[in-house]
Design a protein around this ligand. Structure first.
Ligand SMILES: CC(C)(COP(=O)(O)OP(=O)(O)OC[C@H]1O[C@@H](n2cnc3c(N)ncnc32)[C@H](O)[C@@H]1OP(=O)(O)O)[C@@H](O)C(=O)NCCC(=O)NCCS
Length: 177
């Protein structure tokens, strides 16, 4: 991805790869964004992960960030198929995935999340994956609906030991280039 500036939100938003000196800032952004899910009682890893966990999770893929006015305001981590594993669907060779998906609370609902999903869907196609999957909490109906509107469908349930809820795996078929 080249550094690309999008100007249709209030201030310019730059989408680029994460730099290796930004794990502290990224972890804080994840905590702020996922706080609304923690308030729902959903203990997503991103609600509490420490900086080292952020590093490990970013190392398992490609992390993209949205930057506005010099600060990180969004993020998403793309995991190619070879690094997508742990459930029957994730283990399939044609299935890539994404996670650590967050937008600064004050900037949510302005299309930044959609831009970040555009990036990972394009990356998945480039890597030859034909499915892009994600997991989220079964009780997070608003997120499941968001992903359904975007073309993701229910695949299977999963239970991770690090979360206090049952997860749903959803996936989108990627057609053409
Ligand atoms: C999920 C999240 C990353 C989406 O980013 P965003 O910038 O708010 O998303 P967008 O503005 O591109 O909107 C994407 C969709 O979400 C909807 N949406 C976004 N914010 C919303 C809000 N506050 N209330 C209702 N719907 C909202 C939009 O209507 C849009 O749906 P549409 O494309 O069908 O119209 C962001 O809201 C967030 O950080 N949430 C907390 C963390 C989280 O839930 N992460 C995902 C865990 S699986």
């Amino acid at each position: 991805l080249n550094r690309t500036v999008f100007s249709f939100v209030a201030a310019d938003v730059l989408i680029r790869r994460l730099s290796m000196d930004e794990f502290t800032e990224l972890t804080a952004l994840l905590h702020r964004a996922y706080a609304s899910l923690a308030d729902m009682g959903l203990r997503y890893v991103a609600t509490y992960q420490d900086e080292e966990t952020t590093r490990v999770r970013c190392a398992a893929g490609e992390t993209y960030v949205a930057e506005s006015e010099g600060a990180l305001c969004g993020t998403i981590t793309f995991r190619p198929a070879a690094l997508t594993m742990g459930t029957p669907w994730y283990d399939r060779p044609e299935v890539a995935s994404f996670g650590q998906f967050a937008v600064e609370p004050t900037l949510q609902g302005k299309g930044i999340g959609a831009l970040l999903m555009d990036v990972v869907e394009a990356r998945a196609r480039e890597t030859g994956a034909t499915e892009l999957a994600l997991d989220t909490a079964e009780p997070a109906a608003h997120l499941i609906e968001l992903y359904e509107r975007r073309g993701y469908r229910f695949i299977e349930h999963a239970q991770w030991d690090v979360t206090n809820y049952r997860s749903v795996i959803m996936s989108k078929r990627l057609l053409g280039q």
